[in-house]
Ligand binder design. Structure first.
Ligand code: F6P
Length: 377
């Protein structure tokens, strides 16, 4: 039966490709997914001048494409729950095993660190590892397997000059000035190495009593190739628990234990993260998500797509402040850890963007540069 379904899927993907390439008007979605009505009312609200792949806002066009692919699978009898990116995500995870081991061993060595200064130093390193983890992304590589296959620590010093805005200290103040009875949220991006760095940062915050709970918000459907789905999240914890290397197994058990004790929580059924809306629209379109984020003391938005949604995918002056570019979206303290893969960025010093463009006109598409930006409540 699946063979027949696959034939249909391939045919329908060809049709979709044709529709997009020939700039046909966006179609309403069929199917039974619970976000379908929300999507259709969004599509109906688009003006005719911005209602096709090449005329729409890029954020809308790209989200629409991934949502249509999902609809094609959803229509089938046997492949509706199949994750068509799963194999690439697993391969990317496997390709990063050495880096996982180095990272875990290095942090095991620092378990004795207790002073505020020592903790701040570790936090700073973890935030940087987490930022650069966002480079490992299967949508920017067009699905080609990319993994972290070298020593992530060795690379850190050389990457310092590639951080264009750095609010790590403000993030640290925000977390460390509390009594530790706080919730920290990750709005996750990629599975594989990036998710591993999210889990390590979460482990650090819990094990050092800097936070009481970490919540991970993930996508409900396969998204931008490597984005984390609930199955990826669970699979990652299980794979770590079953790893050959003892240090990884210990980490895996600790993380799974956090799930059981409620120190970690997976938020797995929220369709808003795969909607086309930007975050300034969240409070009116999906107040329940906004209210949920308000419970957190800090929300960490991971990656490029989240950054585009924070900024409304608008081509801001690069010297605009991060706070202004959020256009009122401030459910709580928030920050963004993002490598630059799309041509929008704010918070740069005057002349910085021009200098980078003179060196490499495509610097905003490569993921080579990163920003760590924070906005207080
Ligand atoms: O995984 P990330 O960091 O959200 O990156 C996704 C980015 O990849 C692209 O799909 C291709 O570069 C961008 O359009 C998108 O913003």
């Amino acid at each position: 039966e699946s063979t027949e379904d696959l034939k249909d899927v391939i045919g329908n993907i060809s049709k979709l490709k044709y529709e997009l390439q020939t700039d046909k008007k966006f179609k309403l979605l069929d199917g039974n997914d619970s976000d379908q009505e929300e999507w259709n009312s969004f599509l109906q609200s688009l003006p005719d001048t911005h209602n096709s792949y090449f005329s729409a806002v890029w954020l809308h066009a790209e989200c629409y494409m991934y949502r249509r692919v999902r609809a094609i699978f959803e229509e089938t009898a046997t492949l509706r729950d199949f994750d068509y990116f799963r194999k690439q995500k697993k391969d990317a995870f496997m390709g990063s095993l050495e880096a996982f081991i180095r990272l875990t061993e290095k942090f095991n060595e620092t378990r004795e660190a207790k002073s505020r200064m020592e903790l701040q130093g570790l936090f700073r390193q973890l935030v940087r590892l987490n930022l650069w983890g966002n480079r490992i992304d299967l949508s920017i590589s067009g699905g080609k397997i990319v993994s972290q296959d070298d020593d992530p620590f060795a690379a850190l010093a050389n990457l310092e000059g590639y951080i264009l805005a750095d609010d790590t200290n403000a993030m640290w103040e925000c977390i460390s000035m509390t009594d530790g009875n706080i919730i920290v949220d990750f709005v996750c991006d990629n599975a594989g190495y990036e998710l591993f760095t999210d889990l390590c940062l979460g482990d650090f915050l819990i094990s050092r009593n800097l936070a009481a709970k970490i919540r991970f918000h993930v996508k409900t459907i396969p998204w931008f190739v490597s984005d984390v789905t609930p199955e990826d999240f669970r699979w990652t914890l299980d794979a770590l628990k079953l790893a050959v290397k003892g240090t990884l197994r210990d980490l895996g058990s600790r993380l799974s234990n956090y799930m059981e004790t409620g120190h970690f929580e997976l938020i797995e059924d929220e369709h808003f993260w795969t909607s086309p809306y930007d975050y300034s629209q969240m409070e009116s379109v999906k107040p329940s998500v906004y209210q949920s984020l308000q419970q957190a003391h800090l929300v960490i938005f991971k990656g490029d797509l989240n950054y585009r949604k924070l900024l409304g995918d608008i081509k801001w002056d690069t010297t605009e402040t991060f706070e202004n570019a959020l256009r009122g979206f401030r459910p709580t303290n928030l920050c963004s850890l993002r490598t630059v893969k799309a041509d929008l960025v704010v918070g740069l010093e005057r002349g910085r963007a021009e200098g980078l463009t003179a060196k490499d006109p495509k610097w905003m598409e490569t993921g080579d540069y990163g920003v760590i930006q924070f906005a207080p409540k």
